[in-house]
Design a protein around this ligand. Sequence first.
Ligand code: XMP
Length: 518
Amino acid sequence: MADDIYRHKILILDFGSQYTQLIARRVRENQVYCEIHPFNLSFEKIQAFAPEGIILSGGPSSIYDKEAPFADKRVLDMGIPILGICYGMQYVTHALGGVVAKAIDREYGNASITILDDSDLFHGFDKSIEETVWMSHGDRINHIPEGFSVIAKSKNSPVAAMADSRKRIFGVQFHPEVAHTPNGHQILKNYLFRICGCEPSWTMASFAKQTIKELREKLGNDRVICGLSGGVDSSVVAVLLNEAIGDRLSCIFVDNGLLRKGESRQVMETFADHYRMDVHLVDASDIFLKKLEGVTDPEKKRKIIGHEFISVFEKKARELGKARYLAQGTLYPDVIESVSFKGPSATIKSHHNVGGLPEKMNLELVEPLRELFKDEVRQVGVELGLPRELVMRQPFPGPGLSVRILGEITHERLEILRAADYILIEEIRKADLYEKVWQSFAVLLPVKTVGVMGDERTYENVIAVRVVDSLDAMTADWSKIPYDVMSSISNRIINNVRGVNRVVYDISSKPPSTIEWE
Ligand code: XMP
């Protein structure tokens, strides 16, 4: 790692809070690099990381649980500023000899705190005004450790925040990282800049520049293969590599016959024509559709597509000749997931990627986006001049339209879904909702319903419209888009797509439903 953009960094020790990633995103929004590690990261590794500050996250445990997570206590003696949030604060209290006890009432939701002291953490806050914060805790601090003072209180938390200003250890019972704490960003800013003395150097322009330089050094004269999908991540990887090594990069774009209308043309126009990259389009639609004939089971569809993808990709890669590396768009949330102390979450749907390929072909992985969150990847895309339409693209599943056609996949059904989805996206864009919602798409149902057109009775297909709001796809809510938008979507689909006589709107949230229908 070169040292400019990583010069000042924050270490976040994760005690299992659902908000830990949010803390990291907030820190990075302030242009300070940070990493999340499990709470039990070894002291040696913490020293080697050499952070400017350490944030101890919240977590679901009580400090008195048998299995309560404890960090290495020496962290508190390093002279590095500490910010404990919720459980993190309780851990600090417990470790330094204070007393944590069960609160009489669990405090959950908005609360008002009164700031009592001019600590650096609340610099710039008006003490005469109560601050709204977001609380979510069962335990509370009854006695602060020696050397600390109470710097804020709330009705249910006599210690809503505490500080040892000499040692620069701070604790807040509430969550400054969530949007429900309106001035939480100022508290985090105070911590990062006033208390830790960080300088804002983590920008996506400098990330792009530095990464291109590092890739050039690392990859030398070796060849790299990159799978392009038309999605944001693989596009940004490809353009970064193109900048770094130019024609030593070969991209493979597999058309599996399950793409949306105009998608493969768009990808070729962007990368082959505009960027003049070495892109190989493999039209494998016949092979995929043949293998999917008669298949209706969602998991079977995914397995077939995953398997076929690897086989097509591998064949093409071998044809292209000797490469040493395979580039992948792994993002930071995937990295955290695999090191998180909770362990990787249960696989609900088998996701399709190039799993197994690097070993089989003896390729080394290059993952230039490993340190980035999705919004940062988009920003890098902007810096590299990718078209906004591509950079702001909604997620699209690897198995493509196959998981949006319930029942059997046929050419005819694909055409119906493509036409309906195209109209839907046009209407969503027209209403300026495309970048506001998480995903919007059409699903073709395996039922037919009766309708009437003119004097004719019809018996045709149903399209379900799915539009969801979400932050990370882990949870999602159906989007309350205006009725007139729903109305134009429905009218245009029914009037223009042959074979559809009914449109319904999906009003299920995740959980218990999922975003995709299969
Ligand atoms: P679900 O349906 O599980 O989807 O709520 C969560 C997010 O993942 C996307 N998704 C997939 N992406 N391969 C992918 O690359 C898949 O098999 C797959 N299945 C779902 C989905 O579009 C949503 O954004």
